[in-house]
Write a protein that binds this ligand. Structure first.
Ligand SMILES: *Cc1c(COP(=O)(O)O)cnc(C)c1O
Length: 451
């Protein structure tokens, strides 16, 4: 049994340590990233002894936690500008804690009625946001699984007996080469193979060229995939034009909004998703721009029955029909975490408006970086950003080397990507603490290191 006193003490230590950690991180008062070699870290954290002998107490836990928090990557730090992982907000963190203690695994209603109902209502809200009034949805552990699930629904639409008899050899998926790799993985997992992927023509920045969509006569198209936005560049495909083209041809239109669907919450940015309501399926990650911890992603389909058809089940849950309320038949997973709760908690605390302001603020700060960098000699910025992702190069320097150096110093954490075969540095503005001062300091730092 839990010793309630011990739990209360340890939980208090956790809150105090996390509060100090986030406070220090937000103020930029510690290195943004630390990467000691694993052998050294294992010693520092006393891992082997603790694994073999146990015996952790509130005191030794406090020491352990302090070191653990110091030896990682700080996503609340203004200089955290690397990957699209959320800088988590605390209401969602509370939900993770509650989940850890209650463990009402989603998917089977009898295992957590409150948790399941929260998931239903969060999905209903997301469906309304993308414009699917008669739609259905499910939360999964991440965008990769969400893409797989949506494309499975598309497969069931194109080849209703594929679940029993496998897939015919002539099915194709149309997608831009810049599509997230989980799309091409899904093609192989779904039995279509890599040969099924037909790359769409794009402009120089990898966006689908709507004037050069392919002739599909005689082809069996399972789905067309568009990006909102693309992982590498953060640029949005023209969903309206692509959606209309798909409609005319009866092609399943899948929108990968893993990163960028959250722009729907910002009045000034929602237009980037114009046409998303023409989609047959959309995915939307909460653990990117809705500020939950990893992972929580939504699969949303225009017609509720399409998701049930994906796994050959008959049901209607979201609108509380007279049947059971189990979502287990809509996901690859069996057991699932209380994913809805962390999305709900951020909404409940900040409101749709508060989260929308956060998204707008990060998109604006990325745009500001583009403006500041463009004014300085030596910086090459191949496009004006549309989201919170900006790619750039500085001079002829070894770009990967610049990034390594900043990580080693713990000064800035950037990512990098290839654009048209050329290595670029990549800034993703996630932390609310990132401001103009951070951006100027980053530009100064790059110039200084390169010199
Ligand atoms: C991040 C991302 C994914 C994958 O999502 P995970 O949650 O990391 O599995 C898919 N598509 C796009 C466009 C993404 O940015």
């Amino acid at each position: 049994m839990w010793n309630i006193e011990e739990f209360t003490e340890a939980a208090g230590i956790t809150v105090t340590a996390l509060a100090a950690y986030v406070d220090e991180s937000q103020r930029g008062a510690a290195p943004v990233v630390r990467r000691r070699p694993p052998r050294e870290l294992a010693d520092r954290l006393g891992l082997r002894d603790l694994i073999e002998k146990g015996g952790m107490t509130p005191d030794s836990y406090e020491d352990f936690l302090r070191t653990f928090l110091a030896e990682g990557t700080r996503l609340h730090h203004p200089a955290y500008l690397a990957h699209q992982t959320a800088s988590p907000d605390f209401p969602a963190a509370l939900a993770d804690f509650v989940h850890g203690a209650t463990n009402n695994p989603m998917a089977v209603y009898e295992m957590g009625a409150a948790a399941a109902t929260v998931e239903f209502e969060v999905l209903r809200w997301m469906l309304a946001k993308v414009g699917f009034p008669a739609g259905g949805g499910v939360l999964t552990h991440g965008g990769s699984l969400a893409n797989l699930t949506a494309l499975l629904a598309a497969r069931a639409r194109a080849v209703p007996d594929a679940w029993d008899n496998g897939v015919p050899g002539d099915l194709v998926i149309l997608a831009p080469p810049a599509a997230h790799y989980s799309v091409s993985r899904a093609a192989s997992i779904l039995g279509l193979g890599q040969r099924s992927l037909v790359p769409l023509e794009t402009d120089a920045l990898g966006r689908i060229d709507v004037t050069r969509l392919p002739d599909v006569s005689g082809k069996r198209v399972m789905a067309l995939v568009a990006g909102a936005c693309a992982t590498g560049t953060g640029l949005y495909d023209d969903l309206g034009a692509i959606g209309a083209w798909c409609r005319e041809r009866g092609i399943w239109f899948h929108v990968d909004g893993a990163h960028g669907a959250s722009a729907l919450l910002s009045e000034r940015h929602a237009h980037l998703l114009d046409g998303v309501d023409l989609a047959d399926s959309v995915i939307w990650d909460a653990h990117k721009m809705l500020r939950t911890s990893s992972l929580a992603a939504a699969v949303l389909v225009r017609r509720e029955g399409d998701l049930d058809a994906a796994f050959r089940q008959e049901a209607s849950y979201l609108f509380y029909g007279d049947q059971g309320f189990d979502l287990i038949n809509r996901t690859v997973e069996c057991t699932k975490a209380e994913l809805g709760l962390k999305i709900f908690m951020n909404l409940a605390w900040r409101g749709e408006r508060g989260i929308g302001d956060y998204v707008a603020g990060r998109y604006d700060t990325a745009h500001r970086f583009w403006e500041l960098a463009r004014r300085r000699p030596g910086f090459d910025l191949p496009y004006e950003p549309e989201s919170n992702i900006v790619c750039f190069r500085y001079g002829g320097a070894d770009q990967a080397g610049l990034r390594e150096r900043m990580m080693r110093d713990g000064s800035f954490h950037l990512s990098s990507t290839e654009l048209n075969g050329v290595r670029h540095l990549r800034v993703t503005v996630m932390a609310p603490a990132t401001d103009d001062r951070t951006l100027e300091a980053l530009l100064d730092e790059i110039v200084a290191i390169a010199a």
